[in-house]
Design a protein around this ligand. Structure first.
Ligand code: FES
Length: 105
């Protein structure tokens, strides 16, 4: 399974992704320092902010009110913004394309 990632200042990279992890965990394990994910997935930091390719929007889990509220505090929220710790990765999302938001850290 693959995840395609574009860091804030860099070219798109293909990451081998494991089912059962969140997109945040996959990015963290792959060493993307531009995604600090300080709270470790507890939905309290918003430092796992990514923009998701709209082509995948319908496949993503729905956004909770808590995620929505946290994203409201993010400086550069866009319509495609999500918190990557809230996206469980699996075969349905193979080829998912995300961009790491520049407002982290
Ligand atoms: Fe903190 Fe996602 S890692 S909200």
């Amino acid at each position: 399974l693959k995840l395609l990632v574009t860091p804030p200042a860099g070219a798109q990279t293909v990451v081998e992704a494991q089912e059962g992890l969140s997109v945040m965990e996959i990015l963290r394990d792959a060493g993307f320092e531009s995604l600090p994910a300080f709270c470790g997935g507890c939905l309290s930091c918003a430092t796992c902010h990514v923009y998701v390719d709209p082509a995948f929007a319908a496949l993503l889990p729905p956004m909770s009110d808590d995620e929505d509220a946290l994203l409201d505090g993010a400086e550069q929220r866009r319509p495609t913004s999500r918190l990557s710790c809230q996206i469980a990765f699996g075969p349905a999302l193979d080829g998912l394309t995300v961009e790491i938001a520049p407002d982290l850290g």
